[in-house]
Design a binder for this molecule. Structure first.
Ligand code: GDP
Length: 296
């Protein structure tokens, strides 16, 4: 499939095994390959440019140590910088509030919000013994509410009883009341998505936020999102101030460039990744693993 960046850089530096520092022309040749690899990994152009500049600053003049080739040295610098931009450490879901801790799932239709709601509910229930309530705020597609209800049944997690013709904000408020009365630890609100970002979607999401003051607002995004990733993440973050990002379909063909784009665009942590359709396919996000994937 893809030739890995390490292999490509190895070729550039073939025959150039001399010790000493990396000079500017070696680095520039290498950076052209880095740039190409990042674009192939679907990192947005804007983020690639800024990133390559950062790597250049570190690479020019860097000492090449005895144990590695210049190619390996540049790969290491790129890897380190990727990990840095991706956030270095794992940031868990924050439960530090009075229960029920309200979580809002936002994002485009088909991103994987409903699936993630069920995956998270299952994990919190099984690993942390939390009592979870889920509610679908989709007032347009009855099938979406039904989908969440069925998933809830599968995993033994309660869903808010469905009432016809109720608006998203009203459903969310009813869910919070039910969450308090029923002694739930966590309330997961699954919002309706649209196929693209529009004003109506943003207004609805902002209205739900204002009505419920969620403790976590997770932007759920398909890891195969390409050049739109920056725009998507910025739009949601500017409007509702997300607390984290969850990337889905990391099991797909992509190289995970959306992770870098979204993190760089918002500075918000990527908390979790979805790695399959099954309800157990949820993992904590580890920056170095995604860096490996981006490098190929
Ligand atoms: P929503 O519209 O944002 O609620 O998206 P859904 O949760 O309905 O997910 C849309 C489709 O993506 C469904 O067929 C899910 O099974 C699938 N899906 C969700 N997360 C993942 C994932 O991490 N990997 C894979 N392969 N499929 C996923």
């Amino acid at each position: 499939m893809f030739e890995s960046l390490s292999d490509r850089l190895g070729k550039i530096f073939e025959g150039l095994r001399g010790r000493g520092a990396l000079n500017e022309s070696d680095v520039d040749a290498a950076l052209r390959e880095v740039r190409r690899a990042l674009l192939e990994a679907d990192v947005s152009l804007e983020v690639v440019k800024a990133f390559v500049e950062q790597v250049r600053e570190r690479a020019v003049g860097a000492e090449v140590t005895r144990s590695v080739t210049p190619g390996q040295q540049v790969v290491k610098i790129v890897h380190d910088e990727l990990v840095k931009v991706l956030g270095e450490t794992q940031v868990p879901i924050d439960f530090s509030t009075t229960p029920p801790m309200t979580m809002l799932m936002v994002g485009l239709q088909g991103a994987g919000k409903t699936t993630l709601s069920a995956k998270l509910a299952k994990r919190m229930k099984e690993r942390q013994g939390k009592k979870v309530l889920m509610a679908s705020l989709d007032d347009r597609r009855p099938a979406a509410k039904e989908q969440l209800r069925v998933l809830g049944e599968q995993i033994g997690v309660d869903t808010l009883p469905i009432q016809l013709n109720e608006k998203p904000v009203d459903i969310a408020k009813r869910a919070q009341r039910e969450g308090k009365l029923g002694g739930y630890d966590v309330l997961i609100l699954d919002t309706a998505g649209r196929t693209h970002i529009d004003e109506e979607l943003m207004e609805e999401t902002a209205a739900v936020k204002a009505a419920t003051d969620p403790h976590e607002i997770l932007l759920v995004a398909d890891s195969l999102t390409g050049q739109d990733a920056v725009n998507l993440a910025r739009s949601f973050d500017a409007r509702v101030d997300i607390t984290g990002i969850v990337l889905t379909r990391v099991d797909g063909d992509g190289r995970g460039g959306a992770a870098l784009s979204m993190r760089a665009a918002t500075g918000k942590p990527i908390k979790l990744i979805g790695t399959g359709e099954k309800l157990d396919a949820l993992e904590d996000f580890h920056p170095s693993r995604i860096a490996d994937r981006i490098l190929g």
